[in-house]
Design a protein around this ligand. Structure first.
Ligand SMILES: [Zn+2]
Length: 234
């Protein structure tokens, strides 16, 4: 056994890497989520569906070329642990890794190769300070590495917005308007196709607000949207 392998073997004994979903020890070659749990990941397949439910969230509100999400998120479901781990348990690398898998699927949709920059939904600096990282930025990295383009911070959060899970859709929309602003750099993307990215989409209010901010600053910017998870509403 090579020395590096011995160290890895001992480290695995002392600190076994566990599947985020089912908790069993991961095998060599498995990362973050075991093969069985990856097989059971409830994929949406929306990137192959015209006018899919994520695209419908933005229809008539802001021009979006394509919108999709990787898997369904349902509160209390087994796979909900993935999103919690990315967002609250200091495990954003799981988001980056999953986004890489997502990107491999997106490549089967013709438009993905056309994307010229991946743009994460920003966090307000107070939230960033509390959490220490922006999970959407990691998702953006995973997608950009497969798309072969850069992560660009073209939107900033100029106002703090509160967690909106308890609010109705109309209130959420009101709550989020004026929260985001395009950066000066966004001007370099006139006529270009960018992929706006978040960890999860529920009502679409946050992404809509970001897309509006971009279009306001750069009217002919072309926007598509991708999220890791899509909330399955009852
Ligand atoms: Zn598992």
């Amino acid at each position: 056994m090579m020395q590096g392998n011995i160290i890895k073997y001992v480290a695995d004994m002392l600190f076994p890497r566990l599947c985020v979903v089912c908790g069993r020890a991961l095998n060599d070659g498995e990362k973050h989520v075991c093969l069985e749990c990856m097989d059971e990941l409830p994929l949406t397949g929306y990137h192959l569906v015209d006018f899919n439910p994520v695209e419908q969230l933005f229809a008539g509100k802001v021009p979006v070329e394509h919108a999709t999400g990787y898997f369904f998120y349902e509160r209390g479901s087994r796979h909900a642990a993935i999103l919690h781990s990315i967002k609250y348990h200091n495990n954003p690398h799981l988001g980056e890794w999953l986004a890489g898998r997502f990107a491999a699927e997106l490549e089967t949709a013709g438009w993905f190769g056309d994307v010229e920059a991946v743009v994460p939904v920003p966090l307000h600096r107070s939230k960033m300070a509390a959490r220490g990282y922006n999970q959407s930025e990691y998702v953006a990295r995973g997608l950009a590495s497969v798309a072969g383009c850069r992560v660009e911070r073209l939107v900033k959060a100029i106002k703090k917005h509160e967690t909106q899970t308890h609010k109705g859709q109309y209130e959420r929309q009101l709550n989020i308007s004026g929260v985001f602003k395009a950066t000066r750099r966004a001007g370099d993307f006139a006529g270009k196709h960018i992929l706006l990215v978040d960890d999860v989409v529920t009502t679409g209010a946050t992404l809509l607000s970001c897309a509006e901010a971009l279009r306001q600053a750069v009217p002919d910017i072309r926007i598509s949207i991708a999220t890791l998870a899509v909330t399955r509403l009852q």
